[in-house]
Design a protein around this ligand. Structure first.
Ligand code: NAI
Length: 303
């Protein structure tokens, strides 16, 4: 069974995406009376037409997560227009600490997939609050940021998004790193197709595009739903896919004691391997800047 804590805009969309994949039954929980049940019913009705037979249930009671092998956490406040993800730090850390403890009580063996922002810091909070081994707490950011990077590049180059191989790593926030030095278009290095100035512009556009969506429609929903579902499938179906995700570092990239986006192999055990990638000097500077921001953020918390 797959659990989802937080059935707001993103949690509900994740529920719809994951349920539609037909991997496993789903239990959703939210503190707002009726909300998770309502979303579960709506999703269930949608599944009938698609001929998918998983059960989707909702409740205000965390005990519905009992025995879940994967719990996706999207509970908490979302940023409003003009806010950065980090502006949510103090309020969401309290919520995430209690939500993940409660989830861990009912699903002590689960892999926890963190969505709530500021996501890297919340992944750290979940790790400390639950006491889970580091492999079983992972955060979603890089898959979504990479979708946005591909969108920006495909438009600039007038090519299919499917021909772009890329990765976004580092902090899921102001210092994210669309890794241009390892981006290829049908095998051709990005640097052969765009000038340095154009590449820097694409990186800037990728960093800003979520804020643009929030300023226009109030929230990002569909793209996060899909990205979280891709990670959920990798874990629940044990696919061993490699993608960017927030992981707790213990010496990799020369860093210790923070969660930050790096390429990882995902499977039933959670993070099964962290890959180290050679970054350009500029990318390495951004990575370290993101790490400093996250170190300061988690140091300010009492988890
Ligand atoms: P939302 O406000 O629509 O939903 C949040 C839900 O959490 C609400 O339904 C609320 O009742 C519930 N909640 C709050 N405290 C709870 C508790 N103690 N137990 C159970 N449920 C609780 O917000 P939205 O748009 O769904 O965003 C959720 C989070 O996901 C935000 O922090 C947002 O910034 C983040 N996010 C992360 C992304 C990523 O790529 N990592 C992408 C998009 C959003």
């Amino acid at each position: 069974m797959i659990g989802i804590a937080g059935a707001g805009k993103v949690g509900a969309q994740v529920g719809l995406e994951v349920a539609s994949m037909g991997i496993d039954d789903i239990a959703m929980v939210d503190i707002v009376p009726g909300l998770a049940e309502g979303e579960a019913l709506d999703i269930s009705h949608r599944l009938s037409d698609a001929g998918v037979d998983v059960a989707v249930t909702g409740s205000t009671d965390f005990s519905v997560l009992r025995g879940a092998s994967l719990v996706i956490v999207a509970a908490g406040l979302a940023r409003k227009p003009g806010m950065t993800r980090m502006d949510l730090l103090s309020k969401n850390s309290g919520i995430i600490s209690s939500v993940t403890k409660e989830a861990a009580k009912h699903a002590p063996d689960c892999v926890m997939l963190m969505v709530t922002n500021p996501m890297d810091a919340m992944t750290y909070v979940a790790l400390k609050a639950t006491g889970f081994p580091k492999a079983r707490v992972v955060g979603q950011g890089g898959v979504l940021d990479n979708s946005r990077f591909k969108y920006v590049l495909a438009k600039k180059l007038n090519v299919s998004r499917s021909s772009i191989t890329s990765l976004v790593m580092g902090e899921h926030g102001e210092n994210m790193i669309p890794v241009a030095s390892h981006t290829y278009v049908g095998g051709v290095p990005l640097a052969d197709l765009l000038t340095e100035e154009e590449i820097q512009q694409a990186i800037e556009d990728t960093r800003k595009v979520a804020a643009e969506v929030i300023s226009k429609k109030g929230a990002t929903i569909f793209a996060p739903g899909r990205s979280v579902a891709r990670m959920a499938n990798a874990i629940a179906s044990d696919t061993k896919e490699v993608m960017g995700a927030s992981a707790y570092l213990e010496g990799e990239y020369g860093l210790k004691g923070i969660c930050i986006g790096v390429p990882v192999k995902l499977g039933a055990q959670g993070i099964e391997k962290i890959y180290e990638l050679k970054l350009s000097d500029r990318e390495r500077d951004w990575f370290n800047k993101g790490a400093d921001t996250l170190r300061e953020a988690v140091a300010s918390l009492t988890v």
